[in-house]
Design a protein around this ligand. Structure first.
Ligand code: FES
Length: 318
């Protein structure tokens, strides 16, 4: 087991809404896990070398960790495994929690805009702000009532002082919400947190752009672009000169792992930044959400989990 992996025990599986299960973990022996900050996530290691990031949605201060997973039959298998194969009592390996979506607890006002399963990272944030007596408002979009997860927790939160919860039924992307109006209704110094489908995040970020990036925080669960798995090119490892073929249907990361190359990775969707690799020659086909436009234009680094090649060979700094 690598140093940063923990073994946890699956204590409970709960149906939270149509197609959405929550999974609660304890320590390997059933004992407590450390409390985590709102907004944190863990990476779950699953059979078949699958590794996926999930936001923790347990209550602040909890000594068990909870994630919620929406079944995605068109996905790459992690949600299907969790829905179909996971059993209470199983032991799984997870990374220690980390937090790329931290809550500013000092904000005078906080606006949350979420869609579908994007509710999960902000649930503990709202509970935390309520415990601190800070005001906040949530606008949450769901396709229909049966897809509304954690309805009881939302109802309890919405009844608190300084808290407003509005559920918009009909479209997870927020098409039933006037996002520009919701954003402009928030105080000028509000902090805005958005999580859900990419279309929702893009629209909220556009509406909030005049407030500056420090006031708008986004957590993406899915890449905006499809991964490059067309194959038909070679990669060369600069360290030992090895040349590896990337066949159709495989990513560069798949090929590197197939050949035992040690490389860090996490989301496998181009959104976490873990798998960045230097490029010594060749032309990457960037499909990630991580690199800046300037970094893409420079062409001397790429995210190998999702990006491919526009040239017949890429020489990687590996
Ligand atoms: S593994 Fe997350 S960006 Fe590649």
């Amino acid at each position: 087991m690598s140093a940063d992996l923990l073994t946890v025990r699956l204590r409970q599986i709960r149906l939270e809404a149509e197609g959405i299960l929550s999974f609660e973990f304890t320590g390997a022996d059933g004992g407590p896990l450390p409390a985590v900050q709102a907004g944190a996530h863990i990476d779950l290691h699953l059979p078949g070398r699958m590794r996926r990031s999930y936001s923790l949605c347990n209550r602040p201060g909890s000594t068990s960790w909870q994630i919620a997973v929406q079944r995605d039959d068109a996905g790459r298998g992690a949600s299907r495994w969790l829905h179909d194969q996971a059993r209470v009592g199983q032991h799984l390996q997870v990374t220690s929690p980390s937090n790329d979506f931290p809550l500013d607890e000092e904000a005078a006002f906080t606006l949350f805009i979420t869609g579908g399963i994007g509710l999960t990272p902000v649930l503990p944030m709202m509970e935390r702000l309520t415990s601190l007596g800070r005001p906040w408002r949530l606008h949450h979009a769901v396709r229909n009532r049966s897809r509304l997860a954690f309805g009881e927790r939302l109802a309890a939160l919405g009844g608190g002082a300084g808290a407003e919860v509005e559920v918009h039924v009909g479209h997870e992307q927020g098409a039933r919400m006037d996002l520009a109006a919701l954003v402009s209704a928030a105080p000028a110094d509000a902090h805005i947190y958005v999580c859900g489908p990419n279309g929702l995040i893009d629209a909220v970020q556009a509406a909030a752009a005049p407030r500056g990036p420090a006031h708008c925080h986004a957590e993406r669960f899915a890449a905006a672009q499809a991964a490059a798995v067309e194959g038909g090119y070679q990669i060369q490892l600069a360290s030992d000169g090895r040349v590896l073929e990337v066949p159709p249907g495989r990513s560069i990361l798949d090929v590197l792992l197939d050949h035992g190359v040690e490389i860090a990775y996490s989301c496998m969707q181009g959104i976490c930044g873990s798998c960045r690799v230097g490029v010594k020659s060749g032309l990457p086909d960037h499909r990630d959400e991580w690199l800046s436009d300037d970094e893409r234009a420079a062409g001397d680094a790429m995210m190998v989990c999702c990006s491919g090649s526009r040239s017949s060979r890429l020489v990687l700094d590996l």
